[in-house]
Write a protein that binds this ligand. Structure first.
Ligand SMILES: [Zn+2]
Length: 348
């Protein structure tokens, strides 16, 4: 086992395949270590009937424990998978983590090119799988200018006015219902007092779609609207004789970027999932979500995210709970799917 420079923990079966010079395909089973809760959140796990109540108990202690259980079962049975398995406990899945743990695996690790398939364990359940990766791009728009006194500096271009007209234009961007694409103006900040021309105004914007081309289209729309609004404000200011060094400028920062993708209908991973379903008498419900599987899926690596069995609720709240009732079904499903993909990878 080893810990990489950002805190991901990697363990291989068999261990020998950890070596630098090793080659061959790998199947990844991963679970994220991070939670949405601040580090100082009080943790006093409570056992209530068959429920374990604690922040993070389900999302994603259930996934991490499930992954360790699979590794333990394979070790215990001295079972050698036909290709190496990488067990990855990764950081940075939630919110502003922006999938940085798995992103790092695919960007920085020399072994990234050897990954044949990737199963992500996230939370509870044994009836669904996320096979459509909802992409999101988040921006912070910042418009700044010299600011000034509302009366004596009147005519100086106003960042709030320019931002407001940019946001009004962005809000009118047409959004297709299919593929479902959304745009949200989330926050707005700026100004110091009612009688000051503000120096700065900013807003954050969230765009989501399963279609990468829609996200590109929205990115262009956001840039165009901001650029047009700032240019218009500057043009008026120039007309009023405002000096070139007193005009507005803008910056658009990408504050989140999760790629959109979809597991193709003929993906070997879907085929394996259906075979496991048949064997176990389950009918997996295929869902849309934003998970660690977004990263491999967007790179064409067969990947999905599924629960590690049992039941849970209250995710992302302090009332979160997990129950290990019928967890065996979920674990069996994960184990069979992982080994089926190892079998498939061995034949490549
Ligand atoms: Zn999670």
């Amino acid at each position: 086992m080893r810990t990489d420079e950002i805190g991901n923990v990697l363990g291989f079966l068999p261990e020998a395949h950890l070596g630098e010079g090793s080659t061959g395909l790998i199947v990844v089973l991963s679970a994220h270590l991070d939670t949405v809760f601040p580090a100082d959140t009080p943790l006093a796990p409570l056992v209530n009937g068959d429920r374990l109540e604690a922040p993070g108990a389900c999302d994603n202690a259930a996934g991490v424990i499930g992954m360790l259980a699979i590794a333990h079962a394979l070790l215990h049975a001295k079972f050698e998978a036909p290709v190496s398995l990488l067990f990855l406990a990764n950081v940075g899945e939630e919110g502003e983590g922006d999938l940085r743990g798995v992103r790092h695996l695919y960007k920085e690790e020399a072994l990234a090119g050897r990954i044949a398939a990737h199963v992500v364990l996230d939370g509870a359940g044994a009836e669904s799988a996320v096979t459509q990766a909802l992409g999101s791009k988040r921006y912070q728009v910042v418009i700044s200018g010299p600011g000034g006194h509302s009366f004596t500096d009147a005519g100086t271009p106003n960042p709030i006015a320019a931002l407001a007209s940019a946001l009004a234009a962005i809000a009118e961007t047409p959004l297709p219902a299919e593929p479902r694409t959304t745009l949200n103006l989330g926050t707005i900040h700026g100004g110091t007092s009612v009688n000051s021309i503000p120096e700065i105004a900013s807003a954050s914007i969230d765009c989501r779609s399963i279609a990468p081309e829609q996200l590109v289209r929205l990115e262009v729309a956001v840039h165009r609207a901001v650029e047009d609004a700032v240019e218009r404000a500057n043009e008026i200011a120039r007309g009023n004789g405002v000096a070139a060094n007193k005009l507005l400028s803008f910056a658009i920062h990408m504050i989140g970027d999760r790629p959109a993708a979809q597991l193709p209908a003929d993906s070997p991973l879907l085929e394996a999932l259906r075979a496991v379903d048949r064997h176990m008498g389950i009918r997996t419900d295929l869902r849309l979500g934003s998970t660690d599987a977004n990263i491999p899926m967007a790179q064409g690596v067969p990947a999905l995210s599924m629960g590690a069995g049992g039941d849970g609720g209250g995710a992302h709240t302090r009332q979160e709970w997990y129950s290990d009732k019928n967890r065996e079904t979920g674990l069996k499903r994960v184990l069979l799917l992982t080994l089926a993909m190892a079998e498939w990878a061995a034949g490549l």
